[in-house]
Design a protein around this ligand. Structure first.
Ligand code: SF4
Length: 462
């Protein structure tokens, strides 16, 4: 049984602000609807999904070969390639490159991998100033928070929160909430940082084995500006980011933003293949548990994820509990599959943070069977003896009752009677039955379904 708070316990904090919860839910549903419009406007969308899924399946089946091909091509291009077995190695490699460059300031574009490895605290602890250049990332960095969504890292914040943060940290006017003025303030602030940075760190959306290049997609152009200005570029990528050929890329760029935000294409899709004259380019390829997930047949398809966030935008649990309630770098349905791979005990509650409605699977552009994997994790966690006693014993009791028709019938009689006799004040007592907080049960029927069915059959037989 996990000692850390469960997803439900962490959600309680988010749910305290009912107005924010409703707003969060509606905002993400709006993004989901934009995605639907973009999908309906693309007649070949389902063919693209299948193609993307097949390409990713194929790549994962020969990942070692494609990684070697990528490394050879990148080295031939003059790129320095580094391999990191885990987060610590990744952080040590990045710090080593920064130190070798004699740098004390780094600008970083959006990268969930560096979040996963906790790179920022590591660099700061070693005397390196690190500035997130993506607007959403910068806002949460100023607030000392983690991203709550993979595409929209500050989606849990309202413009009033951003105004307050900028007033405190950037000296803007108190009470400023105009998005255009706030964005302009951020632009001025970041421009100074861009010009002063000696090293630029970026994430990687896709890496092409054939050419040895990495592809970075942003809507703000911040990665391009940072990389263009700095002398050293460090691209950090999870080893599952590979695509075999350059021609495969178009399939994914067409799917990525349509699924993420409903845009037809990302504003900037930049290819980085070799360092500019007089500059350095490094690629750090990170494992950090990915080969372990690759070795789990039921869960390996989760490595196909292109981090579009569509499964989060559609998930009724994520929308009403917020990304921080997952307490994992990747929140939402896909995070609930990836997190137990890293630490089953710590993340035991996440596969249960789902209604298993299957909406995540329906929208996933690379056809990951997300809700099936969530269900499978529940079975694995049960078999590992990690379920809380209340769940374990109630399920055991239920399976005994369901296996004995007589017991089931008697249980039905007792429940119908009990529901009529138990006073409302007791069945809805605060702290006793959380389900009853926002629910009323229908009046219990006088007869069971079997009795009703037998009666109907006898009436129609007459
Ligand atoms: S699992 Fe699918 S829907 Fe969710 S973020 Fe990854 S690619 Fe997008």
């Amino acid at each position: 049984m996990s000692q850390s708070p469960t997803h439900a316990q962490r959600s309680d904090v988010f749910l305290l602000d009912a107005e924010r919860t409703t707003w969060h839910d509606e905002t993400l549903w709006f993004v989901r609807q934009k995605r639907d419009k973009a999908v309906y406007a693309t007649p070949e969308f389902q063919e693209l999904r299948q193609l993307a899924s097949d390409i990713k399946d194929h790549t994962l089946s020969q990942l070692a070969e494609y990684l070697e091909q990528f490394e050879a091509a990148a080295l031939a291009n003059g790129v320095r390639v580094h391999w990191a077995a885990d987060a610590d190695e990744h952080n040590a490699i990045v710090l080593g490159i920064v130190r070798a460059a004699g740098a004390s300031r780094v600008v970083k574009s959006k990268s969930m991998l560096t979040e996963e490895c906790h790179l920022n605290p590591h660099l700061l602890a070693n005397g390196v100033e690190v500035i997130d250049s993506d607007l959403g990332e910068r806002i949460i960095q100023l607030r000392g928070e983690a991203p709550s969504h993979v595409v929209l890292p500050a989606i849990h914040l309202k413009k009033e929160d951003v105004g307050e943060t900028f007033w405190q940290h950037l000296g803007t006017e108190k009470g400023l909430t105009d998005p255009q003025q706030l964005t302009e303030a951020a632009r001025q602030h970041l421009r100074e940082k861009f010009l002063a940075a000696e090293v630029a760190i970026s994430g990687v959306n896709f890496a092409v084995a054939e050419t040895g290049s990495v592809v970075v997609c942003t809507n703000e152009g911040n990665a391009d500006l940072a990389i263009g200005l700095a002398r050293v570029h460090i691209a950090c990528m999870g080893m599952e980011k590979l695509l075999p050929r350059l021609s495969d890329l178009a399939v994914f760029t067409r799917l990525l933003t349509r699924s993420a935000t409903g845009q037809p294409i990302t504003t900037y899709t930049s290819h980085f293949t070799r360092p500019a004259p007089g500059k350095e380019m490094h690629v750090v390829i990170v494992n950090n548990g990915r080969s372990q997930q690759l070795g789990r047949p039921d869960f390996r398809a989760s490595l196909k994820c292109i981090r579009c966030g569509a499964c989060m935008n559609t998930c009724p649990v994520y929308r009403r509990s917020g990304g921080h309630s997952y307490d994992f770098t990747i929140p939402g349905p896909i995070g609930a599959i990836l997190s137990p791979n890293i630490d089953m005990r710590q993340h035991v509650s996440l596969p249960f943070a789902s209604t298993l409605c299957g909406s995540c699977t329906d929208v996933c552009p690379v056809k990951i069977d997300i809700h099936t994997q969530l269900y499978k994790w529940r079975q694995v966690l049960g078999a590992e003896g990690m379920l809380p006693a209340s769940k374990k014993y109630s399920m055991k009791l239920l399976s005994r009752v369901l296996a004995r028709p007589g017991l089931f019938k008697a249980g039905g009689v007792a429940a119908r009677l009990g529901l009529r006799l138990v006073p409302h004040a007791l069945s809805h007592a605060p702290g006793y039955n959380p389900w009853a907080i926002a629910r009323e049960l229908p009046a219990p029927p006088k007869q069971s379904f079997r009795e009703w069915y037998a009666h109907q059959s006898s009436v129609s037989a007459k």
